[in-house]
Design a protein around this ligand. Sequence first.
Ligand SMILES: [Ca+2]
Ligand SMILES: [Ca+2]
Ligand SMILES: [Ca+2]
Length: 285
Amino acid sequence: MKTTFAASSLFAFSVLFAASPCHSAVINFETINGATPYETQVISNQFQPYYGVRFVGLVTSATTNTPIIAKRGWPQAAYGSAFGYDEIDPTDPRAGDIGQFFLTTRADADPTGFVCLFDRPVSTVSFDVLDIDNRETVELKAYASETDTNALITRSYSTGGDGRITVASITATNQNQHFARLEVSVTSTTVPHNSLVGYDNFTSDYVPSNAPPAKLGLLLYPGILIDGVAGRPYRIDYAESLDVTSGNTNWHTLTNLFLPTSPYLLFDQPTAGEKQRYYQAVALP
Ligand SMILES: [Ca+2]
Ligand SMILES: [Ca+2]
Ligand SMILES: [Ca+2]
């Protein structure tokens, strides 16, 4: 049995446009570039393309401690509380703002805290700190550049409570205080390692530049619907033209297959520029 048909010409076009810059989206760690994060996932430059910020570990002469994701509940990535590991006090008025994921650094390592590095100087940063207790103090220091050593602004927070949320923020009062590096460090007078806090819901006044429009390559392939007997072998042939007068069409084999289902949709990928192709199906013995 032979059936023959022609794939007709197909045309398509795409419209490209650039969106206006928009701003002040919140980094809440609930999704990371479209994917759901997982506890202990290392956070570094995932937010840089849009939010203009990288998260890196605090550096001391001895070691660094990499920022990671904590997920609410057991096991502990950030802290323990009377409400469970990595949990929020349900009576906190903002308990619903944390979602399932937040940032922390390894609780069993030093130093504790992290650094935000911005692509361009910003004038304000704000974020939530979770579980400032056990005489912990969270200190923020803003620097003009990645390498500057003189802090332009400092803030510290030492009140919060078990599983409670504290808003930490730092804002420049003039142009000379705009900063590209924000160091956040945690100390405690009662626990051996001091990173027993979490961080969430980061905002800043960084405005992303317009991204260049994406380039689209539109590929359309003939879909050959084979209506035969499932489980029987067929050969699918193609030809660039039909010899309708003498019947000597120059057929080429596209594929041999046992028909998985009937009908079955098979896609061909003709070379670019070909606008017409003929196909036939041959039932094999
Ligand atoms: Ca969150
Ligand atoms: Ca957890
Ligand atoms: Ca704590």
